[in-house]
Ligand binder design. Sequence first.
Ligand code: ADP
Ligand code: MG
Length: 341
Amino acid sequence: ESVVNKIAAGEVVQRPHNALKEILENCIDAGSTKISIVVRDGGNTLIQVQDNGSGIHAEDLPMLCERHATSKLEKFEDLAKMRTLGFRGEALCSISYVSHLTVTTMRQGDGHATRTVFRDSKIEEGPKACAGLVGTTVHVEDLFYNMPIRRKALKSSSEELSKVLEVVGRYAIFHEGVGITLKRQGNQRPDLCTGQKDTTLEKIRMVFGSQVGSNLLPFESCPQDSSNGSTPSTSGGELQFSAKGFASSANYTAGRRTVLVLFINGRLVECTPLKRSLETVYASILSKTSKPFFYVSVTMPTEHVDVNVHPTKKEVHFLHQDDLIESLRCSVEKAVFSSND
Ligand code: ADP
Ligand code: MG
């Protein structure tokens, strides 16, 4: 049974950045405004995430890593809505099967923090009283220590680190009012440091450089934008969404490949057809070697999104996909050509 669980866990957590993404989302869900991340070997041997969120109630600790032990599903209909987004109460459980997991937590009003070590979904040690601050620290050591083949399959520290930086940078841009720092253990200087008050544009500049960040145009989009007189081709349902973001201006000159940073309902996802469609706006205005940058945040009814069967798959599918893509393309086109005079 434990072998099966271990294998299942290895499906959810494949590389350090998958684990980190889940941990980060938990911090955000807990209402954190400051998140400090420390990694060693690109996360291969250590991922530590400290937040200043709500903390975890003492009585929830024994169940914390049980599969489907989520505090986020109150009603049954929530389950149907949230499953598509990957809220499954599986992250900590999976991490506990494939690493050494320690959780230190304290809630407002608690006299002290507690430290608990988990193994294979169960408490192995603790909860023990210790000093701490309000919030939670999740400490993940030696990923796949018990799965030698998986451990061997991990990429080099520098490759994992760049993936980790990519994921953290994108979440940092998306979450307004949250400051995120990422450091390599032993380093003074953080690799990434965004402040609680930084604007989206400032954060894009920090993460992607000023070449990208200084040549961006804001755009907004909602269903009406797409129908230039003609009726939308949707049948049996309304195209519902709202989107906003930034797109490269016409005079932008850099970027060897097109970058689309896409959030749908707060989840970082990929959508290749959208990327390709937005690219076409620039076909006649950017040089062959200059590829645009897009940051897009879309909100739509959760039941219209399908993040695909596999928990680590990021390629997203949604209802009325073609119409939505076309609407976004029009908005970007409008932004780019109305500023290009
Ligand atoms: P899910 O996020 O799908 O509920 P997880 O396995 O990611 O499942 O987390 C399990 C539970 O642990 C969460 O529902 C939450 O109650 C608690 N939790 C995890 N991380 C934190 C955190 N940083 N702060 C507060 N609570 C947390
Ligand atoms: Mg979670």
